[in-house]
Design a protein around this ligand. Sequence first.
Ligand SMILES: CC(C)(COP(=O)(O)OP(=O)(O)OC[C@H]1O[C@@H](n2cnc3c(N)ncnc32)[C@H](O)[C@@H]1OP(=O)(O)O)[C@@H](O)C(=O)NCCC(=O)NCCS
Length: 166
Amino acid sequence: MSGGAMEAAHARRVGRRAATDTPALMELWLASWRATYADIDFDARLEWFKARLAALETGGALTLCLYEGAPTFLAGFVVIHPETGWLDQLCVHPNCFGAGAARALIEAARQASPDGIRLDVNADNTRARRFYEREGFSLVGAGAISCSGRATVVLEWRPNCPADGK
Ligand SMILES: CC(C)(COP(=O)(O)OP(=O)(O)OC[C@H]1O[C@@H](n2cnc3c(N)ncnc32)[C@H](O)[C@@H]1OP(=O)(O)O)[C@@H](O)C(=O)NCCC(=O)NCCS
């Protein structure tokens, strides 16, 4: 592969989601959660997720997509509300786990919400918790019980604080 072709294969871009991204985004949501909790039937929750995403976007949240490669594919997405700083969804395709995609998306979320970010995450989602800890998020306290009946914790990132992972 030539140098230019290699660069194109590794190209990465974050942008607002387009309507044409919807099928890939739904597939990605399913794949990333199936890889995380094999015991949960996420197909049964897909309609819930579609309604959730629509409600978040209507309420002002941004869905930012990470596109990679040539030809381009969807590697992950984050849903962040720029005014409240609430991060509701962060998903990376399992083929891209451990490759910096989540970091690129959290960077985009920080740019969209530079005063801070809050989220909740299942307490037993160790991979996500490790990621957020590495990215400078701190534990704020217990969150609500999730749809699957799991305990959640609330995490927060603030700029220029000692735990800032940047
Ligand atoms: C959470 C998510 C976005 C993180 O993306 P990622 O590419 O997997 O993240 P990274 O690989 O950069 O970081 C994960 C960290 O957890 C570590 N890790 C991997 N598996 C782990 C496990 N089973 N237990 C604990 N830590 C684990 C990794 O080694 C890495 O830490 P390190 O960089 O210090 O070595 C992605 O895993 C995902 O989409 N998960 C499903 C959806 C989800 O959980 N979203 C977040 C809910 S709010």
